[in-house]
Design a protein. Sequence first.
Length: 767
Amino acid sequence: MVQSAVLGFPRIGPNRELKKATEAYWNGKTSVEDLLKVGKEIREQNWKLQKEAGVDIIASNDFSFYDQVLDLSVLFNVIPERYTKYQLAQLDVLFAMGRGLQRKATDSEPAVDVTALEMVKWFDSNYHYVRPTFGKNLTFKLNGQKPVDEFLEAKALGIQTRPVLVGPVSYLYLGKADKDNLELDPISLLDQLLPLYTEILTKLAAAGATEVQLDEPTLVLDLPANVQAAIKKAYTYFGQQANLPKITIASYFGTAVPNLDALKGLPVSGFHFDFVRAPEQFNDVVAAIGPNQTLSVGIVDGRNIWKNNFAKSSDFVQQAIAKLGADRVVVATSSSLLHTPVDLANESKLDAELKNYFSFATQKLGEVVTIAKNVSGQDVSATLKSNATDIAARSNSSFINDQAVKDRVASIDAKMSTRAAPFPQRLAEQQPVFNLPLFPTTTIGSFPQTKDIRINRNKFNKGQLSAEEYEKFINSEIERVIRFQEEIDLDVLVHGEPERNDMVQYFGEQLKGYAFTTNGWVQSYGSRYVRPPIIVGDLSRPKAMSVKESVYAQSITKKHVKGMLTGPITCLRWSFPRDDIDQQTQAYQLALALRDEVNDLEAAGIKIIQVDEPAIREGLPLRAGAERSAYQVWAAEAFRVATSGVSNKTQIHSHFCYSDLDPNHIKALDADVVSIEFSKKDDANYIAEFKDYPNHIGLGLFDIHSPRIPSTEEFISKIETILKTYPAEKFWVNPDCGLKTRGWEETRLSLTHMVEAAKYFRKQYQK
Ligand code: MET
Ligand SMILES: [Zn+2]
């Protein structure tokens, strides 16, 4: 019998129980015990669900209160000194590392003020991990034994699990040296780390774990020789230790072929590969694994929501069985299911036809089990038959094709993707229009999404508020944001985005060709979850999407208000894309819809238009090569198609966050002004990389994921550092990103301090 395996299950709970519990704890509304209890309930529910679905290999330690990489940093004591000096409880240290902590002194406790660690995108997904940061005075040691505790918890329920941990090489390679320790190559810490892995693996074995899954997704990257060598070294080392559980090395999100040499001959029991993303690696992989090693065939998509094609997948797995024998093959999800929504059964509003085409995490459990049964010769013919019907129906669905959209994409030419004049000339034409001071201040778009906003939006969605009443409410929010910005004297204003539930969903809901979920949440980072819309067909814009709000905002102030849109690549990346046409085509369809919106905004008198592309980096193919070079061209072109229909006088802004950006890539967009997340980069090299960015740029000055409020002095010293490298006349002053997750009080203070700092420098430079 071929076994089925799931590499990890979403940990947010079917109704976002984890978010609610975590935020209640942060807000001091509940105790740590309450929070721990919710975590335990979610784990129990997830394990039972998988057991009941018939999954053979179920993961444990896939749960986390914040992030699985951060969990490891805490487990291995990779905790920078700034977090240890307050004597916080371990869970609070974890949260402080994830999101920063600022607490006033009380009678019994001193004040706390620490910034968060850097947060970066997990490979090419919209999940963010907290980057391990290796400082000078590091003492590796085990803090607790989370993987063992959770293994035992499942065991007590009668469920044998396979604990999952990020493997040592990926853990180090995804980390970075602290700014005082820049000469350090994290990989050089491997020797210190391996004994700790051994210690925790030994404990797992003692607790009864027979197998563990060590995730080494860095195997799908272009690895330098020393990292490949580290893989060999690490797993050879584990092979030399007595009494460890069997190890499966899991790679996902791409092809591992260029790194297969490092895997050959390793003393592990098996490997997992992602054949959804990279089916072409099959022959090489089969040739590389040893005679007794198992192959876990990742064939059920952990990153998208389309129903599996059982016939096709079964054929694929059969090939593996033919080569290796049934006892050496496992049918698995391609990656953890963390990246998919929990349960399609929760979608009561979804069109019934579309629902037949989708599969969420809970449904995917059934998929791995069915494929495993099918290839083992069990009779699942009825399930296979209805699956074949759904797959055929989808390809013939009326949701999909729109000839006018296809024709328009075919008509895109160079002129459509080029501004009328190069930047210097545009700048000359724009300056008299805007008359901005040196160090112009602005924000990235959103202002606090208060409870009041959410309540009113819900009422409107439920029909308890008329369209007029809702519009009135939104306008009053816009007015409040405008007045606030005038009061603290920002230079370029925003309307605050109160009408938007989410920067992609909001536009998706207005575009033809999209479908939406009501409960399809996916963790993005910490307690922030997103509900990616689903691209189901050719995309077009029936009518203007954002003009009304922008025009209203501009009508009530003399200062310039930026029109605010989400760019084509971000719309694509933060949706579940179609898998029946390529992503480039979907991006161009979006670009054309946005081009119409940009042009409409301009026609309505909006003179600055920001088109956000925070996801541009995560779309970059993980390896160098033709596919990546092509992406760099088409992604930039899609942005320019969206933004090049305006006159030279209209100023185009763009914004990027939470990734290591490539300045060349940003240049290719040719936006007049860009803002990039910067506050946690802590790295002079990163400033230098953007030094010769030809257009104007704002390096984010404070972390919007943290409730922490930087002082004016802190802003001044940050700007001072930047100005050592960066030309003042090109420099904008702004936060890292939008403020929607922040409270009003923090927002008021942080922005006030930021504006004060800008004014300080204005004076300095006028002298
Ligand atoms: C993740 S990027 C967010 C940009 C958007 N305009 C906002 O401020 O919320
Ligand atoms: Zn952002």
